[in-house]
Design a protein around this ligand. Structure first.
Ligand SMILES: [Zn+2]
Ligand SMILES: [Zn+2]
Length: 283
């Protein structure tokens, strides 16, 4: 587009001054899928000399901007995670400008990597190249990381017993064996068990002292949810529309579906919360 000018990220909003012809205005409004424009003002300014387009260093001003929520892994990142030829193959912390952590890594505003918990992970040359290339999906993606330079997985049982993908694989085996696995996620720990195992669900209820409140169930897809629970058409539409945002719906159980029943054990209510998430371990 041969745009010249600058944009800046500050704690009030994202501002820009650009030199352009009006036919580019619509192109400017093309934006990352997860972003939204709260307000957009145009004004005519006197021309200023600009030789190129640049993203200027952030400014710290009155803190009025919104912090985005964490966003579930997008389809493009999922494809990379399962692509054996991709350098992010089986790397669970893969993210881009359309997905990944936001709220739980932010330590201050404006939103820059140095003000997030990712600041201790220095990007490798390949990630840094993606970060600085405006043609790439990871241009200025603050949590950008790969298996070389980003956070790593470990499985602990009092001490480290496995690293990397093996830790994920062994965690799955532990769940299948009826153990309770605490998964450190973005916003804290998730305690995971096999919902089809009556004994371990009761054990978790006992340990959590949560005798009545339903547990959330995790399914690989909405289609699988409908095999176990009755999904209200409105809930289904909202879930499908929500796209890469983490999906949750409260659905009525179907008769005779063990996992749903166990999640509701002793629960007088008709609904349980269900989540859909793509599995990271190959089938
Ligand atoms: Zn992504
Ligand atoms: Zn990297």
């Amino acid at each position: 587009m041969n745009l010249k000018g600058w944009v800046i990220n500050n704690t009030e909003a994202s501002s820009s001054k650009r030199k352009w012809s009006s036919r580019y205005c619509n192109s400017f409004c093309e934006r990352p899928t997860i972003s939204f424009i709260q307000s957009l003002d145009h004004t005519y300014l006197d021309p200023v000399p600009c030789e190129r387009f640049e993203i200027r260093p952030s400014q710290d001003r009155a803190k009025t901007t919104l912090i985005l929520p964490d966003i579930a892994t997008c389809e493009e990142c999922r494809r990379e995670i399962f692509d054996q030829q991709n350098r992010r193959y089986r790397y669970p912390f893969t993210n881009c400008t359309n997905c990944g952590p936001r709220f739980t890594i932010v330590e201050g505003l404006p939103y820059d990597r140095r003000r997030t918990s990712m600041r201790i992970f220095e990007m490798c040359p390949e990630c840094a190249e993606e970060y600085h290339d405006p043609r790439k999906r990871r241009f200025h993606a603050q949590p950008n990381a790969c298996s070389k330079c980003g956070p790593q997985m470990e499985l602990w049982d009092g001490h480290v017993v496995a690293h990397g993908y093996e830790s994920l694989y062994r965690a799955v085996i532990a769940i299948c064996d009826g153990l309770i696995v605490a998964v450190k996620g973005l916003g804290g720990f998730h305690l995971m068990v096999d919902s089809s195992n009556d004994w371990v669900v009761r054990r978790l209820r006992h340990r959590k002292r949560r005798e009545e409140k339903p547990f959330a169930l995790m399914f690989p897809s909405l289609q699988t949810v409908t095999k176990h629970a009755q999904v209200d058409p409105l809930e289904e539409a909202i879930t499908l529309l929500s796209g890469s945002v983490n999906r949750a719906a409260s659905s009525q159980q179907r008769q005779g579906t063990g996992g749903v029943n166990r999640a509701r054990q002793s629960v007088p209510r008709r609904h349980v919360a269900v989540l859909t998430a793509a599995p990271l371990v190959d089938a």
